[in-house]
Every structure is written in C-alpha cells, then in structure tokens.
Design a protein around this ligand. Sequence first.
Ligand SMILES: C[S@@+](CC[C@H](N)C(=O)[O-])C[C@H]1O[C@@H](n2cnc3c(N)ncnc32)[C@H](O)[C@@H]1O
Length: 218
Amino acid sequence: MTRTTSPDAMTALPVPDAYLPLLKRLGLDSSVRCDPDWSAAPDFLELIANHVLAAQPATLVECSSGLTTLVLARCCEMNGIGQVFSLENGAEYADNTRTEIARYGLEARATIIDAPLSTQMVNGTEFLWYELGDLPELRIDMLVIDGPPGFIQRHSRYPAVPRLFDRLAEGGVVFMDDAARADEREIVGMWLARFPALQHEYIDTERGCSILRTQHRD
Ligand SMILES: C[S@@+](CC[C@H](N)C(=O)[O-])C[C@H]1O[C@@H](n2cnc3c(N)ncnc32)[C@H](O)[C@@H]1O
C-alpha cells in the first residue's frame, strides 16, 4: 500500500470501527492514537495480542513503535508478566508512543528506545537499521517486526532476524507485519536460507503476517 508522510495524522484520525472489538477486549478505548495508513491492521494486532495472552512472554522486542506497543503492553499488564522494548527511529513517534503508554498507565510494561537508524553491514550488504546500544541484553521471547518503513531501502526489515537471532529465547517467536508484500516475502526467504532451523507460517491477514518459530532445543 502507499503510505503518505503525515506525522500529525496520528493525533487527528478517529479509530476505524474494525479496531473497536479488540480495543474493547483489551480494556482500551476509542481514543487511542491510530493512523490506518501507518498503524498495524486490526487482524495483525489480534494475532499478536492472542499470542501474548496465550504464551505469556516475559521479554518482547519490537521494531517500530505505536499502536502495536500499546496492545502488547496492555496484554502484558493483563497477564501480570512481560515487558516490551520498542525500537523507534523517529523521535516524534517515540514521544507519541510514550505519551500513549503513560496515558494508559503502562509505563512499567513498555520502554520505547530511541534507536536512530545507522548504516550496518549485515551479510555483506549495507542497511540502515536501528542502533541497538540501548537495548538490554535479554533473551527475547517474542519479536514483532513492523519497521523500519519499506521506503527507506530494499529489504528494510531484513536485518531484524540476523541482528537479533542470537538473542532469541528457546521457543522464541517472530511476527512480521506486511508479509504479503513482495519485499517481505523475499526477506522471509532470505531468513529461512540463513537460519534453516526457523519454521515459517504465513497467515493470510489483510496485509499478511509471517510467523517464524525457533525450535526448542530440548
Ligand atoms: C508501519 S509504522 C508501524 C508503527 C507501529 N508498529 C504501529 O502499529 O503503530 C513503522 C514506522 O513508521 C514511522 N511512521 C509512523 N507513522 C508515520 C507517518 N504518519 N509518516 C511517516 N512515518 C511514520 C515510525 O517510525 C514507525 O516506527
């Protein structure tokens, strides 16, 4: 889909009706900040919420912040366990998400990390990707990939798995949004070629969701 650059849009748009059932289920209201062009779609949010509520992950890492952060943090709060670390390259978007997290009293469940994009060599190719210096060294139970934006470069989300694979916990699960796009399909193929132990499941959501599972080493 084509996404326009409109940083103020998140403060102005009403939440589309399709988001309301999930928001209600999570005890969130219709005043949440949502930009249908940039926020994750309701069916992707429902998938990640269902996983958090069922699997009760302790450590969640996210590439990009926004409505996903709020949903993940709220599910952790409902579980009574779990903390989200959200990598965000845009200072304004990071502040918006922090404001939203604070508005719902979820500060203990989500940390939005200012993570500017820097040139990084991954598998012999240069990518602009998040600086990881402020991300704590923790085992990651759930990784949600919804950034950096695709317009920045080809295979923009590719570095996420190579850079974080060694930090994935046993049984760790990766969710990538927008997996119906050609670029993201290629990225999944590159991950599976590099990390054959990953198991891939594609869910036919509005924008496509790729789920990759690490194998238990027992
Ligand atoms: C696809 S957005 C996803 C954000 C988040 N996962 C969510 O569901 O709300 C990925 C990134 O795009 C950037 N972004 C968000 N809104 C934007 C806008 N209106 N214009 C340009 N970039 C935007 C932010 O840096 C964000 O991390």
